[in-house]
Ligand binder design. Structure first.
Ligand SMILES: N[C@@H](CCC(=O)N[C@@H](CS)C(=O)NCC(=O)O)C(=O)O
Ligand SMILES: [Zn+2]
Ligand SMILES: [Zn+2]
Length: 191
């Protein structure tokens, strides 16, 4: 059987709701679950093939979106959380027991600081923004996917209407470069 891209992609994409305003995420523990309450829908939701983002077992990709950090609170079992890699740009807070990543936060000066990274599949609610694109696609080779399988993987995203990129989408790459330009002193009129 062909490997799963991700359960939210494999059988077609279900559109989210423009009026949906958040919900709760839970880790995979069978008791004392870590609970995160999000007071916002996600934005820029996408498939990520990088090795650092949490993926459900058997899937090649993570699905990850962002929410303002002020909209994120840990509402149960915070003591089970631990940061996976304190040196990484994104500090991914994972459940120490089941390994699921509940939220990723950026503390250093960065274009995405102020936004937390979350996986909406950890929620039972419906209405979360559907995936918009696939990023870091070539990175799955670094985790063992065969280079010759890449055409098939990219075709699967195309078949459900998603563009594939090997870093991020043009909108997000432009945001990063705008931030970098401004840090170097360049000023843009009418942004
Ligand atoms: N090819 C690398 C790419 C890692 C990477 O750059 N991931 C992106 C997308 S999540 C990132 O922004 N990482 C920042 C971080 O992990 O802190 C891998 O697969 O490990
Ligand atoms: Zn857990
Ligand atoms: Zn990633």
């Amino acid at each position: 059987m062909a490997p799963s891209i991700h359960p939210l992609i494999d059988n077609g994409i279900t559109p989210g709701s423009s009026t949906f305003s958040g919900g709760k995420l839970h880790c995979h523990c069978t008791s004392d679950q870590v609970e995160i309450t999000l007071n916002s829908n996600v934005a820029h939701n996408h498939a990520c093939g990088c090795s650092k983002c949490w993926k459900p077992p058997g899937s090649l990709f993570s699905i990850v979106g962002v929410v303002p950090r002020d909209a994120v609170s840990v509402t149960a079992n915070a003591s089970k959380l631990s940061i996976v890699d304190k040196e990484a740009t994104i500090q991914r807070n994972a459940c120490k027991v089941c390994g699921v990543h509940l939220f990723g936060r950026i503390e250093r000066d960065h274009p995405f600081r102020g936004l937390d990274f979350v996986h909406v599949e950890l929620s039972d609610e419906k209405g979360w923004q559907e995936p918009q694109f696939a990023g870091f696609v070539s990175s799955i080779i670094e985790q063992g996917s065969h280079p010759k399988e890449m055409d098939e993987v990219r075709a699967k995203f195309k078949a459900v209407g998603l563009q594939t990129y090997d870093v991020l989408s043009p909108v997000l790459m432009d945001l990063i470069s705008t931030f970098t330009a401004q840090k170097s002193g360049i000023r843009f009129a009418n942004l």
